[in-house]
Design a protein around this ligand. Sequence first.
Ligand SMILES: NC(=O)c1ccc[n+]([C@@H]2O[C@H](COP(=O)([O-])OP(=O)(O)OC[C@H]3O[C@@H](n4cnc5c(N)ncnc54)[C@H](O)[C@@H]3O)[C@@H](O)[C@H]2O)c1
Length: 398
Amino acid sequence: MRALLLENLHPTAGKILTEAGFDVEEHSGALDEDELIAALEGVDLLGIRSKTEVTQRVLDARPDLTAIGAFCIGTNQIDLARAATLGVATFNAPYSNTRSVVELAIANIIAMARRLTERDKALHAGVWDKSADGSHEIRGRSLGIVGYGNIGSQLSVVAEALGMRVYFYDVDDRLALGNATRCSSLAELLEVAETVTLHVDGREANAGVFGAAEFAMMRPRSLFLNLSRGFVVDYDALRAALVSGHLAGAAVDVFPKEPKKRGDAFDSPLRNLPNVILTPHVGGSTEEAQEDIGRFVGGKLRDYVRRGATSLSVNMPTLMPERTPHTQRITHLHQNVPGVLAALNDVLGRHEINIGYQSLATRGDLGYAVTDTDSPIPDAALAALRDIDGTVRLRVIS
Ligand SMILES: NC(=O)c1ccc[n+]([C@@H]2O[C@H](COP(=O)([O-])OP(=O)(O)OC[C@H]3O[C@@H](n4cnc5c(N)ncnc54)[C@H](O)[C@@H]3O)[C@@H](O)[C@H]2O)c1
């Protein structure tokens, strides 16, 4: 089988797939639609980052593609619905950079509490500004985490280890880790937190969720961080809160409109304010995160091809089929309509093939059955399985 890896993926990805027996071809850049269609001839697995667009046209031109690995967090660059309809499983790496974001948040909290960027700028300008005024330890101070998901909850643990008192607010009922205190509303959190950090997801309802009213509710001289999504915060309101002195500092990594590529010009109402740390959406950008993304997505692609495992796929029913001492494994992706599993078992029964293991999962319009048989399945039976009404894709994994 052949794998085409684009956009300079971490070498771990190629290594995993080579070790799994794939013939791996790697390219450093992204490809445009026509180039991609041409390059995908005879390719089973495609690995990309965010710059390669896998459009409906690409998928329709190469419907035999087995799976796509998005070696990043987002999957907007892939027409997921079309891929699902054609049976092209897609995987991404939703958790690999969690720790990196947490570490940047901690670094920012300490840097703001010690006014590090101001001290650094002054000394580079030749000014010896030695003073303890406005500098604080973070030990014993209260941290309010808004959004207690993968990142927020891990930040909670690390911040506590540094001696912070953690409060959190989440719209869902989340388990409080360590000694963290759950707040029943955002207002309750803003009343107690000396540092407020946002880690909410990108749902539409979060647009402008943090604005002038929320900044006004924050404690005087508190610190604010946003490493989640740019559109959730009103940055004009944040600027006003900083300029008035109500807030003592802010650290922002995400912006409503971000430049497309490295080196492009950037503007924001938050530029040139003291004790405001601006970073170009690098919260999750570390070499460790890149390596973990390579390991995670590379492993998902391998396990899908070799075992039929779809756990954490973004567009397939998810199944982690057991390892059984089977003779042959088939995976049958089908439309989620009545009678398909019965038809599949009927074909096997008619060919006197015993089923050793079977598992089924569904997701929206799709059903996915993994079946292990005690004897090899003859070609006539495979043809009959492919002919079952509603079949999207049949794969044989020996
Ligand atoms: N800066 C970066 O480089 C970087 C890197 C990775 C992730 N992110 C962003 O960080 C954010 C968090 O990522 P995650 O993996 O922890 O996501 P997640 O989905 O695991 O957690 C988000 C949490 O926020 C909660 N939530 C949503 N809206 C809320 C609201 N209005 N008030 C309170 N809670 C709310 C959800 O219930 C959920 O528990 C996402 O927006 C993600 O895109 C940024």
